[in-house]
Design a protein around this ligand. Structure first.
Ligand SMILES: NC(=O)c1ccc[n+]([C@@H]2O[C@H](COP(=O)([O-])OP(=O)(O)OC[C@H]3O[C@@H](n4cnc5c(N)ncnc54)[C@H](OP(=O)(O)O)[C@@H]3O)[C@@H](O)[C@H]2O)c1
Length: 329
C-alpha cells in the first residue's frame, strides 16, 4: 500500500488548521492519470484555498495546489506513457480537486500537458499558473495593439509570482517596464529583472477624484485591482490597454467612463484557469523558445511541503518576495 505526504487543510467551526499528513492512493479522486508529483508551486489562489476560502475550495478537508509537475505512474486512458514527464496547470486542480501540494495526484487526462522540449519539471513549476498568466496577459496586449518594444508597460504587484515573471518577460523582449511595488528593499532585484523604472505601490492605490490622469503608459498588466486598476485606466495613453488579472488589492472597481470615451482605452480580462489545454501548451512552448527567461531559476525560492503553511501566511500578508517552487521528491 503506497502512503504519501500531502498538505491537508481542515476547517472546523471557522478555525483553519494545516497539516502535512500521510495519505493513501485510495484517498485520491477516481480519474484516469496517476502522477507522482516532483514539484508544485505557490500561487495566491493556493494561499486563499489553504486559508479556508470557500469561494476557491468549497469543501474541506482539502489539499490545495493549482500547479503540479511530475511523472505518469499509470494512465487508464492510455494517452500517456508510464514515466512520461507531464504538468497540470490550472483547471480544477487544487480548487475542488485534490491538488498538487501532494506527492501524488490523480486527474482527468484532459488536464495533462506533455512538457515541451527544453522545459524541465522544475521549470514548468517555476512558471506554472503565474507564467502562463503572464503569457496570456502579453498575448492579449499584443492582440489589442501593443506594438514596438519602445512601449512603456506598467506591471503592478511586481515582486509577486505573476508580477515578477511579467516584468522579466517584457524586459527580455525589449519593452520599457515600469514596475509598481510595495517593497522598497526589492527595487534592486526588480532592476535586475529588467525594470527600467520603479514606482511605489501607494502611487497607484489611492482613490483619485480626477476623471483622467497624465497619459503615462502604453499598456499595463495589473495583478492588484480595486483603485489601482482605476488609476491605471486613467493613466493609459490614448488607445492603450490594461490586462487585468488580479485582486490582491480588492475586487471592487469604481469605474468612470472618461478613460474609455476620451482616451479610447481597453480593459482586458484574463482568466487562465479556464483556458484550453492547447492555450497552455502554446504558452509553455513559447517559454521554451523565444520567451526563454534567462533568470527564471532566480525568480523562485525552493521550499519543502512542510514550509508551505508559513509561506501561505506571508503571501496573504503581502510580504513574500519570490515565487515558491515546492519540491516534493
Ligand atoms: N486571472 C487569472 O487568470 C490569474 C492567474 C494567476 C493569478 N491571478 C491573480 O493575480 C494576483 C497575483 O497572484 P500571484 O500568485 O502572483 O500572487 P503573489 O505572488 O502573492 O503576488 C502578489 C503581489 O501583489 C502585491 N500585493 C500584496 N498585497 C497587496 C495589496 N494589499 N495591495 C496591493 N498589492 C499587493 C505584492 O507585490 P509588491 O509588494 O511588489 O507590490 C505581492 O507580492 C492574485 O490576485 C491572483 O489571484 C489571476
Amino acid at each position: 500500500m503506497t502512503e504519501f505526504k500531502s498538505l491537508r487543510i481542515f476547517v472546523e467551526k471557522g478555525v483553519v488548521t494545516r497539516r502535512v499528513e500521510l495519505c493513501r492512493l485510495e484517498d485520491l479522486p477516481d480519474h484516469d492519470v496517476l502522477i507522482k508529483v516532483h514539484f508544485s508551486s505557490l500561487n495566491y489562489k493556493d494561499a486563499l484555498s489553504a486559508n479556508g476560502h470557500t469561494g476557491i475550495s468549497r469543501h474541506y478537508p482539502h489539499t490545495p495546489g493549482i500547479d503540479a509537475a511530475g511523472v505518469v505512474v499509470s494512465d487508464q486512458s492510455h494517452t500517456f506513457k508510464d514515466g512520461e514527464q507531464v504538468a497540470v496547470i490550472g483547471f480544477d486542480l487544487g480548487m475542488n480537486t485534490w491538488g498538487g501540494l501532494s506527492e501524488y495526484i490523480r486527474v482527468p487526462k484532459e488536464w495533462v500537458i506533455s512538457l515541451p522540449a527544453g522545459i524541465s519539471l522544475a521549470d514548468a513549476m517555476r512558471l506554472g499558473t503565474a507564467g502562463v498568466t503572464a503569457g496570456y496577459c502579453l498575448e492579449k496586449l499584443l492582440r489589442n495593439g501593443l506594438a514596438g518594444s519602445q512601449a512603456n508597460v506598467l506591471v503592478t504587484g511586481a515582486t509577486g509570482g505573476v508580477g515578477s515573471i511579467t516584468v522579466h518577460l517584457l524586459a527580455s523582449l525589449g519593452y520599457k517596464v515600469t514596475a509598481s511595488s510595495g517593497k522598497t528593499d526589492q527595487y534592486e532585484w526588480l532592476t535586475a529583472l529588467g525594470a527600467s523604472q520603479i514606482i511605489g505601490r501607494q502611487d497607484l492605490s489611492a482613490e483619485s477624484v480626477k476623471a483622467l490622469l497624465p497619459e503615462t503608459y502604453d499598456a499595463a498588466v495589473d495583478t492588484v485591482g480595486q483603485d489601482t486598476l482605476v488609476n491605471i485606466l486613467k493613466s493609459l495613453k490614448y488607445g492603450g490597454s490594461v490586462a487585468a488579472c488580479g485582486i490582491v488589492g480588492g475586487t471592487a472597481v469604481p469605474l468612470d467612463i472618461y478613460p474609455f470615451i476620451l482616451r479610447h482605452v481597453n480593459l482586458l480580462g484574463v482568466a487562465s484557469a479556464t483556458a484550453s489545454l492547447a492555450d497552455r501548451q502554446r504558452v509553455l512552448a513559447k517559454y521554451a523558445s523565444h520567451w526563454r527567461l534567462r533568470l527564471l531559476e532566480s525568480l523562485c525560492e525552493e521550499i519543502s511541503l512542510e514550509q508551505v503553511s508559513e509561506r501561505v501566511d506571508a503571501m496573504l500578508a503581502g510580504t513574500i518576495t519570490r515565487r515558491a517552487l515546492v519540491k516534493l521528491c
